[in-house]
Design a protein around this ligand. Structure first.
Ligand code: NAD
Ligand code: DAU
Length: 350
């Protein structure tokens, strides 16, 4: 039985990846290693927590000793590494925790894997999950490809870029079998409400102001999280060692258009008069160093591995809104005292 270590599996994307692998591959044993930071939530995995091919391991990837101990104890065959500090705004107020988890944590995992794999790399794989933000910010035209030069601009994207470089360094220097993917903005169930879409859904529902940074002209390329998980599955099984794959939704929206679309959908779902939710839109001080546009060219992944996103955005956003409306208790438990404090620090002094 293959033993696969998935890091950050209690988070947003990680929980969808863990679920897919546990359900689809009974011949694998999935170990979910997560420190359960504010972003980690085991409730995301309630439906699979008792599956015989699933084990949760609580631990911090920043602990070098623990990483070596876990690799010695379990002899993992492969790693899918998602654990990270992931929110740009938090990286602006606290860069150091991003350096620790995203850079040091990744090196600790690479070293622990190298330590037990280096005599025989046969059948082993270190799959690093990264972001399109490493490529910087686009103007009105063009797309990020796998050969676009790195140009990260926030402490978050710089820490992810650094981790990508280190993963490639272990491939070239130590011949470690690695693969990397860089994905655009994800949306869907179980996303922590610090990110734009769940934050907006929560505020619309509660008739609270919807904060839009700057003029709302920044553009993001949105992908449904289940489609990211299916791309990870493809790349894990069929990707070429040493390669990088970009993953995107072919789905660009300005923030303001996206929020208007969501307001329209939510007015219908909440039986509100058309325009009620949009009246909550509030322009606030822009994010420092706010990247203008991200857009991904996923043709390598589509042409070489045959991956396609399964959902059109209109369907994906409806499903997402339905999920948050139906899972009010999930949101209420998440938005406890510590979220309120974060929200106050981020927005009330803006
Ligand atoms: P998330 O913040 O929802 O989840 C991160 C998870 O990692 C949490 O469960 C947290 O507890 C865990 N974690 C954090 N620090 C840890 C540590 N030191 N040790 C062990 N576990 C730790 O993040 P997400 O949005 O699901 O993103 C997952 C990965 O995908 C990240 O690497 C991120 O850079 C990448 N990514 C995210 C997006 C996106 O749109 N969200 C897009 C592209 C790539
Ligand atoms: O592109 C991939 C990246 O997407 C991932 O690597 C990151 O982990 C993920 O957080 C996401 O980064 P963004 O900064 O693009 O996502 P966020 O949801 O924070 O913001 C989306 C856009 O909305 C961005 O232009 C900033 C804006 N925004 C965000 C928030 C939270 C607002 O206008 N108001 C807000 O309150």
């Amino acid at each position: 039985m293959k033993k696969i270590l998935i890091t950050g599996g209690a988070g947003f994307i990680g929980s969808h990846v863990v679920r897919l692998f546990v359900k689809q591959y009974p011949q694998y044993h999935i170990y979910n290693l997560d420190a359960l930071t504010y972003a980690g939530n085991l409730e995301n995995l309630k439906d699979i927590e008792n599956e015989p091919n699933y084990t949760f391991l609580k631990g911090d990837i920043v602990s070098e000793e623990l990483m070596h101990q876990l690799f010695q104890q379990y002899s993992f065959d492969a790693v899918i590494h998602l654990a990270a500090e992931s929110h740009v705004d938090r990286s602006i107020s606290d860069p150091l925790s991003f350096i620790k988890t995203n850079i040091l944590g990744t090196v600790n995992l690479l070293n622990a894997a190298k330590n037990i794999w280096q005599d025989n790399y046969e059948g082993k794989l270190f799959y690093h999950i990264s972001t399109d933000e490493v490529y910087g910010s686009l103007g009105e035209t063009g797309l990020f490809t796998e050969t676009t030069a790195y140009d990260p601009r926030s402490p978050y994207s710089s820490s992810k870029a650094s981790s990508d470089h280190l993963v490639r360094a272990y491939y070239h220097t130590y011949k470690m079998p690695v693969v990397i993917s860089n994905c655009s903005n994800n949306y869907g169930p179980n996303q922590f409400p610090e990110k734009l879409i769940p934050l907006a859904i929560n505020n619309i529902k509660k008739m609270k102001p919807i904060p839009i940074y700057g003029k709302g002209e920044n553009i993001r390329d949105w992908l449904f999280v289940i489609d990211h998980a299916s791309a990870i599955d493809k790349i894990f099984h069929e990707g070429t060692v040493g390669e990088t794959y970009n993953i995107g939704g072919i789905n660009e929206w300005t923030n303001i258009d996206l929020i208007h679309k969501m307001c329209e959908v939510m007015d219908k779902k909440l039986n509100r008069e058309n325009g009620t939710s949009a009246s909550l839109i509030t322009f606030v001080k822009d994010r420092a160093g706010h990247d203008m546009r991200y857009a991904i060219d996923s043709s390598k992944l589509m042409n070489e591995l045959g991956w396609q996103p399964s959902l059109q955005f209109e369907e994906g956003i409806e499903k997402t809104i339905d999920w948050y409306l139906e899972n009010e208790s999930w949101m209420n438990r998440i938005t406890d005292g510590s979220y309120e404090k974060y929200y106050e620090d981020q927005y009330e002094k803006r």
